[in-house]
Design a protein around this ligand. Structure first.
Ligand code: UT7
Length: 332
């Protein structure tokens, strides 16, 4: 006799998106003028040609990652039609936490008035959001959670060396969030995460807190060319791995939302995947590189502008310090 009781399949699906950009917007010209007062030379022409960045947003000194995260989370909750107290998991991807501990996720939890659900941070730098989404997907599929807030939030302006023109023109602040819910239909189709700690030094903030002092340099260091070369290769391989796991091909991708670091890296990735540039969501021009926030920020912009629509197949891809990289393929 066959049983009539079968457990319905359990997947995870994004049901809401939100984002937050601090009010202070600096164009390349604004930043170049600020840097000139320190004797640091740069230009709008160089920044646009080498990176595609035209502007970035910097948080007010009173704003922390958790503040940006809470605003993005509220917008995501509203678009999912949920109240904060229905959330049963909070994951925040950040490399610029409010404190050494507790986690920014616990601070976000308190600011949202949620009590009791698990809350923790994921530290995978610019790959943080795809790492966090992968963890949340696994926790939902195993029944540990049903309604998760997954947030990327950063105040990278706090860790920039404004005497280093090779890095300080690249980054900005912001936050993006999604609500991820249990669903009988996917949702997230496949994920692929990697790290290679042999490359720790090519992108790092080497300082640490010890004995009441900051030991080492607390500002961002990057070997831009080394990061650039590694990035294009791994973004292609992660995209192909998620497609293979889902039994799909690049033709099935409606939208590619890569980490927003440099337009040339995005163009190179699209070329390798033979994806037309019209299918690539680009916000680096207006946001700069917001590290773990860049992918959910770009997703929210794409959703609210009516480009990414329900049913679209979307590839999210992160790459950054660690060295870390990964992809999430999903039906929106
Ligand atoms: O989020 C994590 C992932 N991070 C990334 O993906 C970043 C990856 N790397 C990059 O995006 C690029 O390597 C950069 C945008 C950081 C640099 O572009 P590049 O084409 O690799 O330039 P470069 O470092 O080779 O520098 C070329 C020249 C140098 O001058 P010389 O030595 O040729 O005279 C630099 O000093 O450009 C100079 N330069 C600048 N000039 C004006 C470097 N930064 C600046 C600047 N303004 N801001």
């Amino acid at each position: 006799m066959t049983s009539t009781h079968s457990t319905p399949p359990r997947f995870s699906r994004i049901t809401g998106t939100g984002s937050m950009l601090p009010a202070r917007r600096l164009t390349n010209a604004d930043l170049a003028a600020d840097l000139a007062t320190r004797g640091v030379e740069t230009s709008d022409g160089w920044i646009v040609e080498r990176t595609g960045i035209r502007a970035r947003h910097f948080a007010d000194p009173s704003q922390s990652s958790s503040d940006l995260a809470v605003d993005a989370a509220r917008a995501a909750l509203e678009s999912a039609g949920l109240q904060a107290d229905e959330i049963d998991l909070i994951i925040v991807a950040t490399s610029t936490p409010d404190m050494v501990f507790p986690s920014t996720a616990c601070i976000v939890q308190r600011k949202l008035g949620i009590v009791g659900c698990p809350a923790f941070d994921v530290q995978a730098v610019c790959s943080g959001f795809v790492y966090a989404l992968t963890v949340a997907d696994a926790m939902i599929r195993t029944g540990t959670a049903s309604k998760a807030l997954v947030i990327g939030a950063e105040v990278f302006s706090r860790i920039l060396d404004f005497n280093d023109r090779g890095t300080c023109v690249l980054f900005g602040d912001g936050a993006g969030a999604v609500v991820l819910q249990a669903s009988e239909v996917p949702g997230i189709l496949s994920t692929d995460l990697h790290a290679d700690g042999r490359h720790v030094e090519i992108l790092c903030v080497p300082g640490t807190v010890s004995g009441g002092k900051v030991l080492g340099d607390p500002l961002l260091k990057m070997d831009g060319q080394a990061v650039f070369k590694l990035a294009v290769g791994v973004l292609e391989s992660a995209a192909r791995a998620t497609l293979a796991k889902a039994g799909l091909t690049t033709d099935d991708i409606d939208w590619l939302i890569p980490h927003q670091a440099n337009i040339r890296i995005m163009q190179g990735t699209a070329r390798k995947l033979r994806l037309p540039l019209e299918k690539v969501i680009v916000t680096v021009d207006e946001h700069g590189n917001t590290s773990a926030a860049s992918i959910p920020l770009a997703l929210d912009v794409a959703v609210r502008s009516g480009r990414v629509r329900p049913g679209d197949t979307v590839m999210l891809e992160g790459v950054g310090g660690g060295f870390t990289w990964g992809a999430v393929l999903l039906d929106f």
